[in-house]
Ligand binder design. Structure first.
Ligand code: ADP
Ligand code: MG
Length: 253
């Protein structure tokens, strides 16, 4: 185990969460999370609405400030009070349920803009990298399209390309297909599957149990602000240990 300020050891996980608590006023939403995702691992987080899944992801990239505990990403402690938050966020790509694209920018513009503003890449480089990543998500023919001209699944793939273009070390997905019409879900999951196969470290909140079973290395079940259990994906989906997990699965499967 490394301590604050020390360089990452060879055993440092891509994401290491320990003793994480988060309260909103009197509402303790995360009640002590200890969790680790290794480099190249794909972990799905499942659990009922309100169990704290989004808050957990948001604490990893400091969209929420943890009340207690530590979070490390690629060996760097993001919860260190002296941390450069922008530097942390550059290492972590996040994809939300809502795609949050700029309506007045094309797909190319949406993928290029953060690279230019945050990474200070020049226009040519940013646009070249934007094209590469739009191609990677199957949208080479949509670079000039505006969000309103794209389906929800295409917009979400632009959002994934935008995150990838920043060169993140880990990718967080918060129910990336929940806002999509059913026939559009497969394309987005297909892109995510490709990323997983390419070795990207991914922490994915999803209700897509077939994706979890087929793509994830591990599944964690959250309820009431704790990780109730976690384990190898196929076993967690078919034969979990805890009654709460069984009960949840019986509702979503
Ligand atoms: P999940 O993603 O599992 O549905 P969330 O992490 O979104 O759960 O929310 C867990 C709990 O935290 C809910 O009770 C929610 O109302 C509360 N919560 C989340 N974000 C905030 C916030 N910014 N302010 C106050 N309460 C919040
Ligand atoms: Mg949520």
């Amino acid at each position: 185990m490394t301590r604050t300020g020390e360089p990452a050891g060879a055993d440092a996980g891509a994401i290491e969460i320990s003793g994480l608590h988060k309260s909103f006023g009197a509402n303790e939403v995360l009640r002590g999370i200890d969790f680790r995702v290794d480099a190249g691992e794909v972990v799905c987080v499942i659990g009922p609405s309100g169990s704290g899944k989004s808050t957990l992801l948001r604490c990893v990239n400091l969209l929420e400030e943890p009340s207690a505990g530590t979070v490390r990403v690629a060996g760097a402690e993001v919860t260190d009070p002296d941390v450069d938050i922008d530097a942390v966020r550059r290492r972590i790509g996040m994809v939300f349920q809502s795609f949050n694209l700029f309506p007045h920018l094309t797909a190319l513009g949406n993928v290029a803009v953060a690279q230019r503003k945050v990474l200070r890449r020049g226009k040519r480089d940013a646009e070249r990298i934007a094209r590469e990543n739009l191609e990677r998500v199957g949208l080479a023919d949509k670079v000039g399209a505006y969000p309103a001209q794209l389906s929800g699944g295409q917009q979400q793939r632009v959002a994934i390309a935008r995150a990838l273009a920043m060169g993140p070390e880990v990718m967080l997905f918060d129910e990336p297909t929940s806002a999509l019409d059913p026939e559009l879900v497969g394309d987005v999951l297909g892109v995510m599957r490709g990323l997983a196969e390419a070795g990207m470290t991914m922490l994915v909140v999803t209700h897509e149990m077939s994706f979890a079973r087929e793509v994830a290395d591990r599944v964690a079940f959250m309820d009431g602000g704790v990780i109730v259990e976690q384990g190898e994906a196929a076993r967690m989906v078919t034969d979990p240990d805890h009654e709460r997990t069984r009960e949840f699965l019986s509702r979503v499967l």
